[in-house]
Design a protein around this ligand. Sequence first.
Ligand code: ACO
Length: 360
Amino acid sequence: AMDSGVAKHPISDWEAYEQELKERIGIDQKLMTRIINQAKKDPKTVVFTEADNYKILKAAQIVKEQRIANPILLGNRETIEAIIAEHKMDLQGVKIMDTYQEDARREEYGQLLYEKRQRKGLTLFDAKRLMRDRNYFGSMMLNNGEADALISGLTRDYSKTILPALQVVGVEEGVNKVAGMYIILSQREPFFFADTTVNLNPTADELVDIIGLTARTVKFFDTEPRVAMLSYSNFGSVRGDVPNKAAEAVRKAKQRYPELLLDGEMQANTALNRNLLREHYPFSELAEKGANTLVFPDLASGNIAYKVLQEIGGAEVIGPVLMGMRKPVHILQLGSSIREIVNIVSIAVVDAQNYNNQHL
Ligand code: ACO
């Protein structure tokens, strides 16, 4: 619904792009459309920690206009206002917060951070200083319930952005390690890749956690997970650190999640090609349908795989979706497009709506 006085926006570009995708490669957008419609039913407050950036502001404008979310803009006030004016954006009524001007909140948040981390070497002085940093400040807003979700990461590298969130918001009860997932929209069906963003070299036990988190997240997207634990070997065909670790993870995960459709270790083409599975590995639990969820043995393989697909694969990738945080935090890939940001915000809103039930 276009409000009175709202100018026409690049939403039309976005629709054109969607149309082009459909025509060129027939990518099925149903999953994302469902999420966006669900978000609109109960929009949540989302804090953007990099609001002094054109793409973030544009995305904030789109989610506000489409009633997907209520943005809070965190950043240098002058810069934000200048960008809004320069591009004649309509962000009227949206709250702008500049951490340098929020003396009282910095004091309060600094004190809270100090209480959390005084036995991790943090002094009160440093805790208050850290609150100038928008990732710390925004994480504390989320912690205190002043926002329902946090979006960051467009302009700084992932590890620097995730650390404040890990320190302030932390992990969900019962979760050891958070992990990142990408959704791959292709002609065939949606695929889910993890861990593509966080854990450098997970142990077998950590892979078991990642399998569990990922399966839950796939269900969050109304899809039944069919999980393959990947390696460069098939069911023990080669020995080595990666195959051994992956096989051990499968053994343990089958015990921990007896209901889950899971198999491995296996190569990626085995996982994705039912005919190959049926012909050579008919004993596999995945032989009937193949996998839709790929768990990678380490960050190098997962991260490289999705980025290659994104650039030359004829697929649209959506993510990263951060799984296992105590509250919804999603860290964008450096340089994400406006469209990618809107997608992640929609996912974050649905994540926040489900906060007390099944979430990410
Ligand atoms: N899950 C939950 N908590 C974690 C995790 C995790 N996976 N990793 C670290 N932590 C916690 C630690 O427990 C610790 O908490 P504490 O300070 O309260 O005790 C805190 O985070 C810091 O831990 P460190 O060990 O000091 O941090 P580390 O050096 O392990 O850094 C980080 C953690 C930043 C996540 C690191 O593992 C990393 O850099 N990962 C790779 C990120 C990356 O570069 N990804 C690729 C690009 S992403 C993209 O392409 C979109």
